[in-house]
Design a protein around this ligand. Structure first.
Ligand code: CMP
Length: 132
């Protein structure tokens, strides 16, 4: 997962991590860091043809993010339920995006969309000795 710059600017790191751990996720790796433009382009490569791509890269590099690796049974699907729809207007009550996201672009958190991508994204953010 990532906590995105909008949520960090508003001081929501603690509240979001509390919701994540209360939902039964174990934190296996955690860091506050800032993506370079090159990092963000690589991370979001699959969206490069989308009209919102440039705004997404500007947004994701404008300030620090928190990256974390989470562990739980059914983690990918349960995390997506916990964060809610990409667009906070459509997100269910009580979800992280309903509570903390600003808009469909500035949507507070990122969650991997598959186990395969979770592994790729974990390796993108963390080296072996940062993972517990
Ligand atoms: P995320 O789950 O990190 O995956 C891709 C990101 O692109 C998404 O969250 C949003 O931040 C952004 N995004 C997706 N759809 C749109 C959209 N319609 N307009 C602007 N940004 C979007």
């Amino acid at each position: 997962m990532m906590i995105k710059p909008d949520a960090i600017e508003k001081g929501h790191i603690g509240s979001i991590l509390e919701k994540v751990t209360s939902a039964g996720f174990m934190i296996k790796a955690l860091k506050l860091t800032q993506l370079t433009k090159r990092d963000a382009i690589k991370f979001y490569e699959i969206h490069k043809e989308r009209p919102f791509f440039d705004d997404l890269i500007k947004f994701m590099t404008r300030g620090p993010i928190v990256a974390a690796i989470l562990e739980k049974d059914n983690a990918v699907s349960d995390f997506r339920t916990l964060i809610g729809s990409t667009n906070p207007v459509e997100a269910a009550e009580g979800t992280i995006r309903k509570l903390y996201a600003t808009s469909v672009g500035e949507n507070a958190v990122h969650g991997s969309d598959s186990e395969e991508n979770a592994l790729i994204e974990s390796k993108f953010h963390f080296s072996g000795r940062e993972i517990f």
